[in-house]
Design a protein around this ligand. Sequence first.
Ligand code: GLU
Length: 282
Amino acid sequence: MRRFLIGCLLLLTLVAACAPGGAPRAPDGTLLRKIQDRGKMIAGVKFDQPTFGYRNPQTQQLEGFDVAVAHEVAAYLFGDASKVEFKEAQSKDRIPFLKDGTVDVVLATMTINDERLKDVDFSVVYYVAGQRLLVSKGSSITGIADTGGKKVGTVRSSTSATNLAKFAGVEIVLFDAYADAVKALAANQVDAVSTDDTILYGFVYQNPELQVVGAQFSYEPYGASVQKNQPALLNAVNTVVKNLKTSGKWQTIWKNEIGDKLRILTIPNPPADDWHKQVLAR
Ligand code: GLU
C-alpha cells in the first residue's frame, strides 16, 4: 500500500511538472513559462513568401516551411499543433518583435550571423539557402556580374541588402517585403530582385514569366530566433528542430511545402545542426 501511494505521488509530481505537450513546465519568470501559462505560442513569420511563409489568398491559411516548423513547436509545447498565433514579421521587424515581446519565436527565412547574435539567440540550423537573382525571362542579366549600373530590388534589414552592397555599381532599391520588390520587377521599375534562392523560387512558382539566374553568391543558414537569455525556450525549439531532422519529418515538410509546389522530386537531406560553424568558419 505504501509503495502504491509513493508510486501515485511520483506519478502526480511528474504530471504536474509537465505541460500538456512534451516540454517540462519551465521555471517561473521565464518566457517559456509565460508561453505555457498563456496556452499558445506567438510566432513571427512571413506572409508574402510562397513556400516559406505565405498567406494563401484562396484559403486565407498560412502555409510554408517556416509555418510548418512553428506548428511543430506548438505540438511539442502543448500537444496541439494549432496552439500558435501567427503575426506577420517582415525582415525589418524580426529583431524588434523579439526584443519587445510582440512574438515569442521568429521563423522567417532568417539567416544566423554574428551581427544578429548580438541581439537574439538562434536555434540550430534548419535550412540553408544562398543569394541569387530573379529577373524577367529574356533579361540581359545572367548573374551578379551583370548588375553594374542596374536597379536591383531587395528588402530592408536583410542580409540580401548587405550582400548586394559588396558589389560596386549595383543600384540597390529597398522595399519592406519581397513581394513588393517582385511587383516592381513585373512593372519594370527594377531590373532584378535579389535574395535567398529559396524565396525567389517561390515567386517563380507564382509567376512563370520570371526566372532565377546566376550562381549563389552567399550562404544563408536559417535558424529560428528567440529573445536572448531564454535557455528553456531555446532548448525546446532546438529539441523540435533536431527531432524533425532525425525523424525524417523534415523531409515530409520539405516535400509538402516546397517539393510538391515547385515540382522538385529529389528531396534533400536536412543540414547539420552546426552547418554555419562548419562552413562559414572555413
Ligand atoms: N535570409 C536573409 C535574411 O535573413 C534574407 C531573407 C529575408 O530577409 O527574410 O536577411
